[in-house]
Design a binder for this molecule. Structure first.
Ligand code: AGP
Length: 612
């Protein structure tokens, strides 16, 4: 979590850094700060608790000229979100400013040593130790800031992206990376650093990813990357093929509302170019030969939060089509249970950001056990994509709202593609059937658009539910992961206690939660299990529940038991999550809005969770 920005060039650094922070605010919004090196060599630091707007308000009253700067937007780990814990942190003299994403696990030992040597601490953070270490070593290392940072990195344990500015270095910002994301933006007479490319996409679309334990020297004239021994490391740059418009609200009150509307296009992008002329799939990205695919004996899907729910949908598709046994596990639990996997296991790591620490550690563990790891991610060059054997990009474009919408949609689409591809290569589905399923998938973007166009009644319903303290979500088969997703969305956005259950399970306990008027959302599109689901609807209704049923157009089987019916168009039952998820997203956002909450930045959360 936390967003970091670095800039050295010709432009007003404060403007560039603040614009970058605005785009990275989704990564954390407990506090924010900047350090700008003025032309007369003063390193000015401004930082403020709360959202970036608080800092901007404060900055509107001061002047911070300069063409070199660093900035930070924080998701607190060490120390509460106060002014004094906001980044940048400085050394005793104020010559050094440091911003940091991550956690320095051995900071207490480092701090004790620093205090013994006479340094004064002014914050509760782990980060501040780095500023004091730079102060101690800079002169001793001949005034070489990059060498200083390299030497400090060798003493740090944990995960970090560090960006350092020094008063004596008017043409140099130094950054270092371990485990967390850092991207360089390559400009003309100016260069940039960011936690992701959105930080600098308004200025350049040429980017270079920074690898593990590398140190970056950012100057106006160019960029040098070295390993921790100081050996220069060459690396390829890449072109970012979307522009700033993709990361703007475009007239919507919240990014999430815009991102819900972008879903039809996002699905088209995920499907695009992955089908051959003969109507079959072509997934070179898997980097697996047909024989490798035939040798797979089991599949394990890992992910967190919504990505885990996409994985659950993937299980139904992969098992049905490829006949492989599939387990789905929360990435945070995976490596601690000594999983039984090996060379014949395909592990699929699902992650929008490609930086989620739980998923990354699970990937590392799986590879250590010699499993083949496929990343399903939205982020080109992300740590998970680079540390996996192969990456299938979901191509959803930037997702700014903390709550995942189009990312989940495209992850599920990608899971269907993987399921069909495995079936195609392993011969568990004949080519005509694969073609037919792909044809059904190609119709989905238009159907999703239809659902989006019908969401007026869902927004009206949200107003009625805004006062509810508890909402339950029920589904069977692929409706079950959507019940989990609906509940997660309502919890994270509207702070309403919400739980999702397999509908058949409620009679084993959860039905006790139902009181007169408890809203229960039942995901009940037409499919083979619908008769059983109708029994469950009747069971909860008999106990006083207010039943809100998501049903297929023209299907009247459930309507007698529904207080409210939300209609979706018909599609194959296995693909229904791609449609049923939309009213769940809209409902949660609308309940949150009715409660006067910030839909894009819910409390206590950050989009990219880079701590375990
Ligand atoms: C969902 O709305 C959440 N923001 C969250 O559960 C998210 O899906 C999870 O943290 C995983 O993130 P990732 O896809 O970037 O790994």
């Amino acid at each position: 979590m936390c967003g970091i920005v670095g800039y050295v060039g010709q432009q007003d650094a404060l403007e560039v850094v603040l614009a970058g922070l605005r785009r990275l605010e989704y990564r954390g919004y407990d506090s924010a700060g900047v350090a700008i090196l003025s032309p007369d060599g003063h390193l000015a630091v401004e930082r403020k608790a709360g959202k970036l707007a608080n800092l901007e308000k404060e900055l509107s009253e001061v002047s911070l000229p300069g063409t070199l700067g660093i900035g930070h937007t924080r998701w607190a780990t060490h120390g509460p979100p106060t002014d004094r814990n906001a980044h940048p942190h400085v050394d005793c003299s104020g010559d050094v400013a440091v911003v940091h994403n991550g956690t320095i696990e051995n900071f207490e030992v480092l701090v004790r040593g620093l205090e013994d040597r006479g340094h004064r601490r002014t914050s509760d953070t782990d980060t501040e130790a780095v500023a004091h270490l730079v102060e101690e070593r800079y002169e001793a290392l001949g005034g070489d800031l990059a060498a200083t940072v390299r030497s400090i990195c060798k003493d740090l344990e944990g995960s970090f992206v560090l960006v350092v500015a020094h008063k004596a270095e008017p043409d140099l910002v130094v950054a270092a990376r371990r485990n967390l994301p850092l991207v360089i933006g390559l400009g003309d007479g100016e260069n940039f650093l960011g936690s992701d490319v959105t930080a600098f996409i308004a200025h350049t679309r040429e980017a270079r990813a920074v690898d593990q334990d590398q140190v970056v020297e950012l100057r106006r004239s160019g960029v040098t990357v070295t390993d921790l021994e100081g050996t220069v490391v060459e690396g390829d740059s890449y072109h970012v093929d979307w522009d700033t418009d993709a990361a703007e609200k475009d007239g919507h009150e919240f990014f999430m509302l815009k991102e819900i509307e972008e879903q039809p296009e996002a699905i088209r992008a995920t499907l695009g170019g992955r089908m051959q002329e003969d109507g079959l799939l072509h997934l070179d990205e898997l980097s697996m030969s047909d024989q490798d695919i035939r040798d797979i004996e089991q599949v394990v899907i890992i992910g967190c939060g919504s990505a885990y729910h996409s994985g659950l949908v993937g299980k139904y598709a992969l098992e049905r089509w490829s006949r492989l046994p599939v387990q789905v596990e929360m990435a945070s639990e995976f490596r601690y249970r000594d999983p039984v996997i090996g060379r014949s296991t395909l592990v699929i790591a699902v992650s929008q950001s490609g930086e989620t620490a739980d998923t990354l550690e699970a990937v590392r563990h799986a590879r250590h056990l010699r499993a083949k790891v496929l990343a399903v991610t939205n982020t080109v060059g992300s740590t998970i994509s680079r540390e996996s054997d192969a990456a299938l990009y979901t191509r959803g474009g930037p997702e700014v709202a903390v709550a995942s919408t189009k990312a989940v949609m495209t992850q599920m689409t990608a899971m269907y593609l993987v399921g069909l591809y495995l079936a195609q290569v392993r011969g568990t589905r004949d080519p005509d059937e694969v073609r037919a399923h792909l044809a059904d998938l190609r119709e989905i973007p238009d159907l999703v658009q239809e659902v989006i166009d019908r969401m007026g009644p869902v927004r009206a319903l949200a107003k009625q539910l805004a006062g509810s303290e508890r909402v339950l979500f029920l589904g069977r088969h692929v409706g079950y992961p959507m019940a989990l997703e609906g509940a997660l969305k309502l919890k994270e956005l509207a702070y309403v206690s919400a739980e999702g259950f397999p509908a058949g399970e409620i009679k084993h306990g959860p039905i006790a939660l139902i009181e007169d008027g408890t809203p229960v959302v039942i995901i009940a599109p037409r499919h083979a299990l619908q008769a059983k689901l109708i029994n469950n609807v009747q069971e909860v209704r008999a106990r006083g529940a207010r039943t809100i049923v998501i049903a297929t157009d023209g299907d009247e089987a459930v309507t007698p038991y529904a207080d409210t019916v939300i209609r979706i168009p018909d599609t194959k039952s296995l693909l229904t999550p791609l449609l049923t998820i939309v009213p769940l997203q809209v409902l949660s956002a609308a309940v949150a809005m009715a409660r006067g909450l910030d839909v894009d930045q819910p409390r206590n959360l950050a989009k990219s969770v880079t701590v375990e």
